[in-house]
Design a protein around this ligand. Structure first.
Ligand code: HEC
Length: 244
């Protein structure tokens, strides 16, 4: 049998070589490559065995090699499981309140100074360090002025918009924060106090007026204050300094 004659124009190189490509050498019994599933099981065994041998031989521990476990161990945020978790409720509220204050800051300013004529100051305001019920009402439903704070008149056509979209916890924290910042001193406001007022005024959809809130000026919202620095008026200056 003669080999097919080669013609550069009509002979297909691929066709000539296809038999060579297709046919592999016979594999001797027991010599073939291991199937994929065997390699996979081998890997699993190696990983599990490594995890067992490590603690026996080299002091390896998943506690310290696991990046999530490590982050948790050094998480100092309040409630983060680290040292911050040991904070008393007042310090915790001050920390949470300082960040929640971002909502109010655009109008009342970072140092609680407000803006003359339009946004009243929170620093030194008897609305802030007075009874707790009036200020909870202001934050929950907003306030329509005009009003006089620290002897200066403020009138804002839009008034203060209701901040009731914030959680009771955030409102409690932010009020505790402003009552104890910039020279203000006041008792702590708790989540339960905010919840009580929110429930009482659930039907209210409009801003409060000055006159409506006058009876609550010296009244405190019902609820226990946890023992600790927030139970009495806290020393303001140090507590007020934001942490960053
Ligand atoms: C969009 C601007 C704006 C935002 C945001 C805002 N306020 Fe006000 N706030 C006002 C205005 C304006 C008044 C005065 C009402 C008026 O002039 O009609 C006021 C009044 C107050 C008062 C009573 C007056 C005083 O100065 O003591 C308190 C307390 C207060 N706001 C707290 C807060 C807190 C706490 C937040 C955040 C949770 C907040 N406000 C968010 C605009 C704002």
């Amino acid at each position: 049998m003669s080999a097919p004659s080669y013609n550069p124009d009509t002979t297909d190189i691929d066709r000539i070589h296809s038999a060579v490509k297709r046919e592999k050498d016979d594999v001797a019994a027991g010599q073939g490559p291991a199937p994929m599933w065997i390699m996979f099981i081998g890997m699993v065994v190696a990983i599990v065995a490594g995890g067992q041998l490590g603690p026996m031989a080299g002091g390896f521990s998943f506690e310290t090699s696991n990046p999530f476990a490590l982050a948790k161990a050094i998480d100092t945020r309040p409630g983060g499981g680290g040292e911050g978790a040991a904070m008393d409720p007042f310090q915790l509220a001050m920390k949470k309140g300082a960040s929640a204050y971002g909502v109010c800051m655009g109008c009342h300013q970072a140092a609680g100074t407000g803006v003359p004529g339009t946004f009243p100051p929170l620093a030194g305001s008897d609305w802030v360090h007075g009874g707790t019920e009036r200020i909870i009402r202001v934050v929950l439903n907003g306030l329509a002025g005009p009003l006089t704070i620290n002897g200066a008149p403020f009138s804002n056509p839009a008034g203060m918009p209701a901040q009731g979209a914030l959680s009771n916890k955030d409102i409690a924290a932010v009020i505790t924060y402003i009552r104890n910042s910039w020279g203000n001193e006041g008792t702590m406001v708790t989540e339960e106090m905010v919840a009580a007022i929110r429930k009482k005024e659930a039907a209210r959809t409009t801003q409060w007026t000055m006159a409506e809130l006058e009876p609550f000026a010296k009244q405190n919202a019902p609820g226990e204050i946890p023992a600790g620095p927030g139970a009495t008026a806290a020393p303001a200056a140090e507590a007020a300094a934001p942490t960053k």
